[in-house]
Design a binder for this molecule. Structure first.
Ligand SMILES: Nc1ncnc2c1ncn2[C@@H]1O[C@H](COP(=O)(O)OP(=O)(O)OP(=O)(O)O)[C@@H](O)[C@H]1O
Length: 582
């Protein structure tokens, strides 16, 4: 155990905290949360853009990122909703207080006391109930050096990422720089060749006021100039050797300037993908971002949720759009043919082979995209061959001893839960990690709050010349059904319904759903959304439709604003609040 952790455990013992008991959970009232959010307005305002950028990358990673104020109150979280649910069991959520005196040794509380970045792994947590976690935290300081709060990244101990601590330190540093640029009249940097511990060049930044007095410094500048420089004037000689990065006073932006706000990631629209359900939109934004970078992508989702359509959109809106998109369904190719299918073969390589040989799908994709559908169904032998190809970026056709370079981008998809397949030894862990650069999870249709919107979109495509509507009963029927075949099943049902409806209204009698009893209800075993899930989705949708404006969302939902705030805290939907509202 590090000295910081040992000292923390000593403090806990001296405060008579008992490790085997439940921690003292201090859940703050909704009104108090609102006050705390008001009090920390600048911290939240500067953190939100960073959290919003981080958020899509945390989905499906079993990680959440949290922001706490200087008293250990959690005021913002983003990340994987599945892990967020687990974290809630020990109150790792908005509105909880994680000071060391309440929750024992933990990354947030201990970073606040020690004022240093720290990772608390599993059993290093003082309270047993928190020992399933590994959390990495970095304190955030104002330009003048006051402690403002903590950035934390938490996960299950078995998913600890080696770079988690580095990432939170970088976020804290980025946040501190944002404060410096926001507060100072002029920001200068001094010449230096050194690099930070993360390998990034770390510029010493010094913020000056109108009178050229120092209002703040970053960590590197403090190392160079000493800790007590705030309020002092900068040495003339030193100042003249510096380079101005931002000058608000003279509204001067020299060529070496760092823009005050970096331009937002401009995302290209995905025109063929309909839907506005928040879970679907999260996946869509992630895919839109993935389209602009060249990482491997893994799309997970039940059959018919749109995995291939997502892959096509990523391809069509990215820089490889003019190259081929080649889809391979790995489950439909027999085990002994998969390698020749993917990597090609030489003439006469095996019985039944074409005499002149054939190029494989990787080669056919050229510099485009190869979509490996149902990758979870590949045999272990084919997985080993695929891994080699991805590592070495060359293919060797069956029967040949000459390798050919490959350039295609890989998008993989499966309806299987790959982490479980890895645990069961049916899928290679090394291949899984190589393929899941960006992990996109598509929600099943039964969990989406936009079924009717999708239905109308499909009807327009099926019968563009007719003005078809859905009767109220038909709408109720479509939203209540569990859709085991997802969007593909919805499409099929609507093709039939449009055909059956002689006039332009589709009624219940036109909708033929599988598994419905004569009374029109599904058998009890079919899954459906719980009341809580439905309410949570409705709130998210209202917030989305009102652009994050809580008052407008409350009107849409026909409930009071305070009730909405309470429910949002309950469902942890604070991240969608419009910044102006805070
Ligand atoms: N959001 C959406 N908007 C419009 N159409 C959609 C959407 N999602 C899926 N579809 C349509 O649903 C059908 C099924 O989609 P797709 O084939 O991409 O699913 P899949 O998950 O790849 O299925 P499988 O796993 O069975 O191969 C397609 O016709 C697709 O165009």
């Amino acid at each position: 155990m590090s000295t910081i952790v040992q000292q923390s455990w000593k403090r806990c013992q001296e405060s008579n905290l008992i490790a085997t008991q439940k921690a003292n959970d201090q859940i703050i009232s909704t009104n108090r949360i609102k006050e705390i959010i008001q009090e920390n307005h600048p911290l939240i305002r500067e953190s939100l853009p960073l959290f919003n950028k981080l958020s899509p990358f945390l989905l499906s990673t079993e990680h959440i990122a949290l922001l706490s104020d200087r008293n250990g109150n959690i005021i913002h979280t983003v990340g994987d909703p599945v892990f967020a649910d687990h974290a809630q069991k020990v109150q790792l959520q908005i509105g909880a207080n994680w000071q060391e005196s309440n929750k024992g040794t933990n990354a947030i509380g201990t970073a606040l006391v020690s004022q240093q970045p720290i990772q608390i792994q599993g059993e290093q947590h003082y309270f047993r109930e928190n020992q399933f976690l590994t959390c990495s935290s970095a304190p955030i300081f104002s330009p003048a050096g006051d402690l403002l709060g903590v950035i934390d990244m938490s996960t299950r101990k078995e998913y600890t990422h080696p770079f988690a601590l580095t990432i939170v330190c970088m976020i804290a540093e980025a946040l501190q720089n944002r404060f410096l640029f926001a507060e100072a009249e002029r920001v200068i940097t001094l010449p230096t060749a050194s690099r930070s511990s993360h390998g990034q060049p770390l510029l010493p930044l010094i913020g000056l006021d109108r009178d050229e007095r120092i209002v703040g410094l970053n960590r590197r500048a403090k190392q160079l100039l000493g800790p007590d420089m705030v309020g002092k004037s900068l040495d003339r000689e030193l100042e003249s050797s510096g380079r101005t990065l931002q000058d608000n006073h003279q509204k001067l932006w020299p060529s070496a300037s760092v823009p005050r706000k970096t331009p937002a990631f401009s995302l290209k629209p995905f025109p063929r993908l309909a839907g506005s359900c928040p879970r679907f939109l999260q996946a869509k934004v992630l895919a839109q971002k993935a389209a602009q970078v060249d990482f491997p992508v893994m799309v997970l989702g039940e059959s018919g949720t749109g995995k291939e359509l997502f892959a096509q959109m990523i391809h069509q809106t990215g820089p490889r759009a003019n190259e081929p998109f080649v889809a391979v369904n790995c489950s439909s190719i027999s085990e002994n043919l998969i390698e020749s299918e993917l990597f090609g073969y030489e003439g006469g390589a095996f019985t039944g082979a074409q005499r002149e040989g054939r190029i494989g799908k990787f080669e056919a994709a050229k510099k485009g995209t190869i979509f490996l559908d149902e990758i979870g169904d590949m045999s272990l032998r084919a997985q080993a061959a695929l891994l080699r190809v991805l590592q070495e970026k060359v293919v060797t056709p069956v029967g040949s001893n000459q390798s050919k370079p490959i350039y295609a981008r890989v998008i993989a998809a499966t309806h299987r839960h790959l982490p479980d397949e890895v645990k069961a030894g049916r899928f290679r862990a090394d291949l899984y990690y190589r393929l899941k650069g960006v992990l996109i999870e598509l929600p099943p249709l039964r969990k989406r709050s936009d079924i009717l919107e999708l239905a109308m979109n499909q009807i327009k495509q099926i019968a563009p010349d007719r003005q078809i509507t859905l009767s109220r009963e038909a709408q109720a029927m479509l939203t209540a059904y569990s859709w085991p075949g997802n969007v593909r099943e919805l499409q099929g049902v609507l093709i039939q319904a449009t055909f059956l409806a002689d006039d332009d209204e589709i009624g219940c009698e036109h909708i033929l759903l599988e598994g419905l009893g004569e009374d029109g209800f599904e058998s009890p075993s079919t899954s459906f959304m719980s009341l809580r899930e439905t309410e949570c989705e409705a709130i998210k949708k209202a917030l989305y439709m009102s652009g994050g404006n809580v008052s407008q969302a409350a009107k849409l939902l026909q409930i009071g604003r305070n009730t909405l705030y309470r429910k949002m805290a309950d469902y942890r939907i604070l991240s969608q609040i419009n910044q102006e509202e805070l």
